[in-house]
Design a protein. Structure first.
Length: 277
């Protein structure tokens, strides 16, 4: 490791050092695999802590996560019967970690608006805040983060439908007499439709391209994605059925043009997008 100008330790590859704080009372254990994979896109999780009261039966689903993923569990008993004390413990620990000066950002995993002011304070200190929560998360907490990811897109895919398997033919089954031959059905021709969800923020995307475009109207895909995140921290192409932002543009040829350009000395091609009038 090396020291930066501000005295913080920096990883040799320049990745962010992140502190991951998970509110087990307001998050589901089923997202842990996808959550850690998502966090790895933004940096290295140097600290991982899981907060909750482990005495009730409903927290049993979280018990395998600490050992499997090297997460430090933090037991917090409730002070009353109507409200847990996890929030306060997380906020206190977050401030302690912030004052060490060893981190570039924080990952707050919760759908609770009580962490809104914490996210604001961390950003005031110059740290990047990544929020993770369900779609029910209040807008105040979403807006307080630099980037917010809805955990619905992190859950494992549903298992294949067993009904799709063909049923075995019974030995003594009586075959029905062959009926009149029917003509093969003509292939269905669906009308040309835009491959977009009804709630796709097209105007916002157009605005992002316009703000980041050059005099010819082309904008670099990375710059467009950064602009969208600044304007709407919860923007995520996966919410609209596209695994990547580039896929969103490519699957909507009636709205956008996509162009791949080669850069001298670089193996991968840069992607540029343009809005169609």
């Amino acid at each position: 490791m090396k020291l930066r100008a501000n005295g913080k330790n920096e990883l040799e590859d320049g990745q962010r050092r992140l502190a991951v704080l998970i509110d087990a009372d307001n998050a589901q254990a089923s997202i842990i695999e996808g959550l850690l994979a998502e966090i790895a896109r933004y940096g290295v999780a140097s600290v991982k802590r899981l907060y909750g009261d482990w005495t009730p039966p409903h927290t049993a689903k979280w018990k395998k996560s600490p050992l499997k993923h090297s997460i430090g569990p933090v037991q917090q008993f409730p002070y009353t019967t109507v409200k847990n004390a996890t929030d306060s413990a997380m906020i206190i620990d977050a401030m302690d970690l912030m004052y060490t000066g060893r981190f570039d950002g924080f990952c707050i995993v919760s759908s609770d608006s009580d962490f809104t002011r914490l996210a604001q304070r961390l950003r005031e200190e110059g740290l990047t805040v990544f929020g993770f929560g369900e779609r029910k998360t209040p807008e105040s907490f979403v807006a307080a983060c630099d980037k917010f990811v809805y955990t619905e897109v992190l859950r494992p895919e549903a298992a294949a439908d067993p009904a799709a398997k063909p049923e075995p033919v019974k030995k003594n089954a009586v075959r029905k007499p062959a009926g009149k031959a029917t003509e093969p059905a003509a292939p269905k021709t669906e009308p040309a439709k835009l491959a977009v969800s009804t709630n796709l923020p097209i105007e916002l995307i157009r605005q992002a391209i316009e703000e980041e475009s050059d005099e010819t109207g082309w904008a670099h895909l990375g710059a467009v994605g950064s602009y969208l995140t600044k304007i709407r921290p919860d923007f995520d192409s996966r919410l609209y059925g596209f695994r990547k932002l580039s896929e969103l543009f490519k699957k909507n040829p009636k709205l956008f043009l996509v162009e791949e350009r080669s850069t001298p000395g670089v193996a991968s091609k840069a992607i540029y997008v343009k809005t169609l009038a």
